[in-house]
Design a protein. Structure first.
Length: 400
């Protein structure tokens, strides 16, 4: 018998999402009865606002939602996304420049597919969201990490980007606020990076899904607002998941120049056709309705942010840059490595995260998922009591 043909080499090289892997492990332990507190998932613990759920329920009574609709999204939703893009990103776009996608992840995937050719280098500021390098690889691109540590508040500079640029550089990733660090670039920093990208004709994939989750009076200025000329070579990706606690609804979008949107729309027409119409109607309600509940969630995240930063900072050997956006804290824990804790001496944050889960029953994501070792990501999108209890367990584990 002839041996079976091999699996796809490209897909076989793709790693499982590290954040989802840790979260799944934590949930399995919880299901087994262990009192694990998980900081792993980037998922709000709040319920989707009721008026959004009601809009989805109402959509179920309209038979037109049970049929195929335009692959690029419902026209009325694309109009609402255009209005949001003008309001929050300072960019006036026609709805024809928008594609509604199955969550922000599909928008990220399609953005790279639209602008990356085989062998192209994509500058990837690190720490980075774990999906970016895999999505670049799926487009046959080459991710080029540009690392900025805690001493830089995890924000890369133009000088660093220029040092990494080669004749094969065709695109870069820009994320503010950042997953995993919560860092927010200042308007001046954003402008400098945007002007540099325009000067060199580099595509910008700007992930703005956390743009409404900012604190201390900070505003996450879009790169296309800071540098209007950048709009001709920028794809914005966004969604309702984080701001409106709608992770499971799987509704995102991409905004960009008409030629890039055209090729991405062709891909989506073959990949999945239209996004679930009920979810689209729910997203329309979220974007068009009252923002009161979204603001209440943001205020709760801010309260938790201040708590977790203050409590983690009490642990000797842990440095905690102040995150001004998203719902993550990204402490530098290199001061904990190479020391004995509970009879073990971790030398990497992979080992440290395993020790923390076993000894403190706390799930965190190691820095290796996002770039270099030496860091941990903790999401503070969980209840106040659990958040405090988890950090106190860490304090007890790492007591001098």
């Amino acid at each position: 018998m002839t041996e079976r043909a091999p699996l796809s080499r490209k897909l076989s090289a793709i790693a499982e999402s590290a954040t989802l892997k840790v979260d799944a492990k934590a949930k399995a332990l919880q299901a087994a009865g262990r009192p694990v507190i998980s900081y792993a998932a980037g998922e709000p613990d709040f319920a989707t606002p009721q008026f959004v759920v009601d809009a989805a329920a109402a959509a179920l009574t309209d038979p037109s939602n049970f049929r195929y609709t335009p692959a690029v999204g419902l026209p009325v939703l694309r109009e609402a996304i255009a209005a949001k893009t003008l309001r929050d990103s300072g960019l006036d776009v026609d709805p024809s420049q928008i594609i509604v996608t199955n969550g922000g992840k599909q928008a990220v995937y399609q953005a790279f597919q639209a602008v990356v050719n085989p062998g192209d280098e994509v500058l990837l500021p690190a720490p980075y969201w774990t999906t970016y390098p895999e999505a670049i690889a799926l487009a046959d691109g080459v991710p080029v990490e540009v690392f900025a540590g805690a001493e830089q508040d995890y924000k890369v500079t133009v000088d660093q980007l220029e040092a990494a640029r080669t004749e094969r550089t065709t695109a870069m990733v820009f994320v503010s606020p950042s997953n995993p660090t919560g860092a927010v670039y200042t308007p001046e920093e954003t402008k400098a990076i945007g002007e540099w990208a325009v000067e060199h004709g580099i595509w910008i994939i700007s992930d703005e899904i956390y743009q409404n989750l900012v604190y201390e009076g900070v505003r996450a200025v879009s790169i296309v607002e800071a540098v209007p000329d950048a709009a001709a070579q920028t794809i914005l990706v966004n969604g309702v998941a984080k701001t409106y606690a709608m992770t499971g609804w799987r509704l995102g979008w991409m905004v960009g120049p008409k030629d890039a949107i055209k090729v991405a729309a062709n891909l989506q027409s073959h990949l999945c056709s239209n996004v679930n119409n009920i979810a689209q109607r729910a997203a329309l309600a979220a974007l068009s309705g009252s923002q009161h509940e979204a603001e209440e969630m943001r205020l709760a995240f801010d309260r938790r942010r201040r708590t977790i930063v203050a409590e983690l900072s009490k642990i000797e050997g842990v440095t905690v840059p102040n995150p001004l956006g998203a719902f993550y804290v990204y402490p530098d824990v290199r001061g904990l490595l190479g020391r004995e804790w509970a009879g073990k001496t971790p030398t990497t944050t992979l080992e440290l995260a395993d020790l923390i889960l076993e000894e403190a029953e706390v799930a965190v994501v190691p820095g290796e998922a996002f770039g270099p070792s030496g860091y941990l990501r903790l999401s503070y999108a969980l209840g106040d009591d659990a958040l405090l209890e988890g950090v106190q367990r860490l304090q007890r584990l790492f007591a001098s």
